[in-house]
Each structure stands twice: as C-alpha cells, then as structure tokens.
Design a protein around this ligand. Structure first.
Ligand code: NAD
Length: 495
C-alpha cells in the first residue's frame, strides 16, 4: 500500500475552526464578555474565547444540577453509561487530528505528541473508565445482626473540574472518566491559556449520546470563572489540578461556602537520584533528558532535581550535556519536532527569570540557558541544565515548569535521601541503582506519591497518580479515582 501522505499541519492550522463559546446544557452559548487568545507558536491571535463569570457558572451549575437530579444519566444502568462513554472514546479518535491540532495551536506542544500522547491517552482514559464501571460491586457489612447493612457508593452530584494548561485534554479526562462513569454531572473550567480542546470534547460527548447538561464547559480566568465555580454552593466536589498556590485557595473557597469536597493535584519538584553502582548511565542520562524536556518541561512530574553521586558527577554531566541539543525547540507544527513553545509570554518570562536567578546564585550553565526562535513571535527556551546547584537555591526549591534541570552532587546515600526529601513537594521521585537492596531502601525512604526504580517513563491508567505534602491530597487514575466522585452510603435493612 502506498505510504500515507504527510499531513501539512501548517496549512490545516490556517483553516482550524476556533469556537471559544461556552457549552452549557448541550448548547454553545456566548458569554457576556470575551478575551483574545494567542497561539504560543507565533503569538498570532487564534480567536475570541468566552470570559466566563458568575452568570455563566450559575447557568452551568443549574444545568448540571437538573441533569443530575432528574436521573437522565445517574439512573442509567452502568452498562448503558458504559456504552455512551465507549462511543465518546471512539469519537475522540475519529476526531484525533482536529483535537491534536487544537491542542498544539493552543498550548504549543509538538503535534506528534499531541497526537500520540494527548489524544491517545484521553481516549484510552475514557475507554478504561467506561469498561470498568459495570464491574464494580458494592458491599454488605459483616454485622451478624438480623439486618443487612448495605454499603453503596452513590454519585456525588455536581462536580466542578478545574484543570491546568499543560495537558489540557488529559487532565480533563482524568476528571471526566471517573466522574461521568459513576453518574455525576460535571462543570469543567479549562485553563484560560488552553480552553479549545475541552470545548470540543464536550461537543464530541454530545455526539456520542451523553445527555445534555451532564457535561458543561465554561472557559474563563481563574479569579473569575474558577473562583465562581469553586465557591458555588451548588457544587458538591471540586477536582482541581494546578499549582499549589491555587490549591490552597480551593480549600479556602470550600470553607467559605458549603464545605464541598476538594481534591487537589498540585505542583512538583521531583528528585532523580543516581548512584554510582548503576550499570547503564547512558540510558539513565537519556531517560532523564527525555523526561525533564518532555512537554517543554511543563509537566508536574518533571524530574527537575538531579542528585548524582560526586564520584560520577563529571562523567554524568558530559552525558547529559550531549543529550540536551537533541531537544532544541522547533516549529510545533512540524511532525519531527520534539520540543515546542512555552504556553505564553508570562511563562517565558517566568522561566527566563529562574534561569537568571540560577546564574545569580552561583550555579553554572552546562547547556542552553537562552531564549530561542524569538523571530517567530512565539515563546521558546533552550533545554537548560545547571551544574553546581545547591538544594537551597531558588531553582532547586521552586517549581519552574520549564525545560530547566538542576544538578546537585551528593556524598552518600543518607545525604541523597535527606536532600531529595527536603522539599515542600512530594509528587514523584526516582532512584537509580543496580543493587536491589539499595534501590528498595531508597525507594522506601523517598517521600513521594510515586517512586520509579531504574526508569522514569512507565505510566498507565491502572495506577494512581498524585502526591504527598504540598503536591496534593487526591489521586487521579485507576479504580481509586472512583472513590473521589462517590459518597459511601449505609442502608440498614431489617430482615
Ligand atoms: P494554576 O494553578 O495557575 O491554574 C490551574 C487552574 O486553576 C486554571 O484553570 C486556572 O484558571 C484556575 N485558577 C487560577 N486561579 C484560580 C483561582 N483563584 N480560583 C479558581 N481557579 C483558579 O496552574 P497552571 O499554571 O494552569 O498549571 C500548572 C500547575 O499545575 C503546576 O504547578 C503543575 O505542577 C500543576 N499540575 C499538577 C498535576 C498533578 O497531577 N499533580 C498535573 C498537571 C499540572
């Protein structure tokens, strides 16, 4: 068969349909105000986006409440919900090229990953929760009395989902999959920096047969639409993914309103600990570069702090420095590109500010360190590695959310574990050692929601994802996510 012709993504970009209106009660509706959205690829205006506020959030919550209360979704048998969500997953793949293009135009990631990672994971997440929902049983308590105590899981009602811009579709799917499968209605507030795919997902869900009002999307700014949703007394729980700063506010909003449940999935500063006994330092360096520079470093679990034993540090630094140029930023719409643009000018300034602060505090630049492709009008930064970092420097303590790695040398195992755990965050960590006893010991000592041993790339919808300390209190993915979107109910039944 002849090879499929390469897609001309640039040409498609000029024809992309941009519709930034809200989707409430199954209909696209205008908000009272709009804002202009630029593409990080070249700074060009993509279109007008609804600037949701109290009015739009009130309408979306009311529509979600009616859809929940009349049972049009919650009372369907799980097998019926499964079929709709399976169709939703299939249609995401039918629309894969359009969704990938919107994701790339909106937030600057390479089109190849928008297709192979973002669209693919979003569809498989929805598919997985669809398949799971009719295989979950409730319980009967072993009371031994003349009564049965049924312990059932009931949908919570209206879920407010507030998500960030770095993986807009995937983050939405981690909320939508378990929340919709268990029968809830959802009001989703995407990031103002990347609202387009969430809106298309809601249209695709309608096309798949999801009843109107079950999945509503209100774009807008955090302090307007986001705050209105998190404070709303008609919302039963908030599934939040974003920064630790805003996660704190979610708890405040809850205490100021109706004590709604808050599940926070927050920032990270993940440690990557390399011992001299690890037998394949080339693979280790390749994995580290691939992980820290993936998605332009805009990943919550980016391994941004490298702890390497002093005896191998110089050698390891050379290997890393040789990896960095492979991630030179290029046009995100070119299918060969592996590093795209940062999400916006503010993020570019933030990342460049951290790079300046690293140099000012005495760390030395091993690779990168500069802005790139400024002639395009877009927001690009070179893959950057700092050597000579101390764990008390700003670049080692704060989440940069850009392609910047801090390399810190350690003397012995206790030193490595102490520094790795000396962080406000605890999302992920990794340990690299060819000795199983050491690998186990250190993995156990590292304070993080996920610890990787001798790899960093494994990921799967079947395992929980979340952090400890200020990285949050919730867990997305896996069957455990059903716990977030359901309430336990006990029913005593005289027999
Ligand atoms: P952010 O906290 O600025 O914004 C996240 C969302 O909250 C956006 O939709 C935003 O509009 C909204 N928001 C902002 N201020 C608000 C307010 N006052 N009230 C209500 N809503 C508000 O985060 P970001 O810059 O979009 O995303 C990056 C952060 O997300 C990083 O810290 C990253 O580590 C984190 N993240 C965590 C995970 C995880 O699973 N733990 C995954 C991806 C990203």
């Amino acid at each position: 068969t002849p090879a499929k012709a390469a897609i001309d993504w640039r040409a498609r970009a000029t024809e992309a349909r941009i519709d930034g209106r809200c989707l409430i009660g199954g209909k696209r509706v205008d908000a009272a105000e709009q804002f202009e959205k630029r593409s990080p690829i070249d700074g060009r205006v993509l279109g007008a986006i609804a600037r949701g506020g109290n009015v739009e959030i009130d309408a979306a919550v009311a529509s979600a409440r009616v859809a929940f209360s009349d049972g049009r979704w919650a009372h369907k048998p799980p097998a019926a919900r499964k079929r709709v969500l399976q169709r939703f997953a299939e249609l995401i793949l039918v629309h894969r090229e359009e969704l990938a293009l919107l994701e790339t135009l909106d937030m600057g990631k390479p089109i190849r990953y928008a297709l192979s990672v973002d669209v693919a994971s979003t569809a498989s997440c929805i598919q997985w929760y669809a398949e799971a929902i009719d295989k979950v049983y409730d319980e009967i308590a072993p009371t031994g009395r003349n009564a049965l105590a049924l312990i059932t899981r009931e949908p919570m009602g209206v879920i407010g989902a507030i998500v960030p811009w770095n993986y807009p579709m995937i983050m939405a799917s981690w909320k939508l999959g378990p929340a919709l499968a268990t029968g809830n209605s959802v009001v989703l507030k995407p990031s103002e920096k990347s609202p387009l795919t969430a809106l298309r997902l809601a249209e695709i869900a309608l096309e798949a047969g999801l009843p109107e009002g079950v999945f509503n999307v209100v774009p807008g700014f955090g302090h307007e639409a986001g705050e209105a949703l998190a404070l709303h007394p008609g919302v039963d729980a908030i599934g939040f993914t974003g920064s630790t700063r805003v996660g704190r506010k979610m708890l405040e909003y809850s205490s100021r309103s109706n004590l709604k449940r808050v599940f926070n999935e927050l920032g990270g500063k993940s440690a990557f600990v390399v011992f001299p006994d690890f037998d394949d330092l080339d693979r280790c360096a390749q994995t580290l570069a691939g992980s820290i520079f993936f998605n332009q470093g805009e990943s919550c679990n980016a391994p941004s702090r490298l702890f390497v034993h002093e005896s191998i540090a110089d050698d390891f630094a050379k290997k890393l420095a040789a990896e960095a140029p492979k991630y030179q930023p290029a046009d995100p719409l070119d299918a060969k590109t592996v590093m795209g643009a940062l999400v916006d000018e503010t993020q570019l300034r933030t990342v460049m500010g951290y790079i300046e602060s690293g140099s000012a505090e005495g760390a030395s630049v091993l690779a990168g360190g500069r802005q790139a492709r400024s002639e395009t009008g877009g927001y690009y930064v070179e893959p950057t590695i700092f050597d000579g970092v101390r764990n008390d420097m700003k670049i080692a303590r704060e989440e940069i959310f850009g392609p910047v790695l801090s390399m810190i040398r350690f003397k012995d195992e206790a030193d490595a574990v102490r520094m790795a755990n000396d962080s406000a965050y605890g999302l992920q960590a990794s340990v690299w050692s060819s000795h199983i006893d050491r690998a186990h010991r250190v993995a156990r000592a590292l304070h993080a929601g996920t610890v990787h041993v001798n790899q960093y790339d494994e990921d799967d919808i079947t395992v929980p994802f979340g952090g400890v300390k200020q990285s949050g209190n919730g867990r997305d993915k896996s069957l455990h996510a059903f716990e977030k979107y359901t309430e336990l109910k006990t029913t005593w039944l005289r027999i």
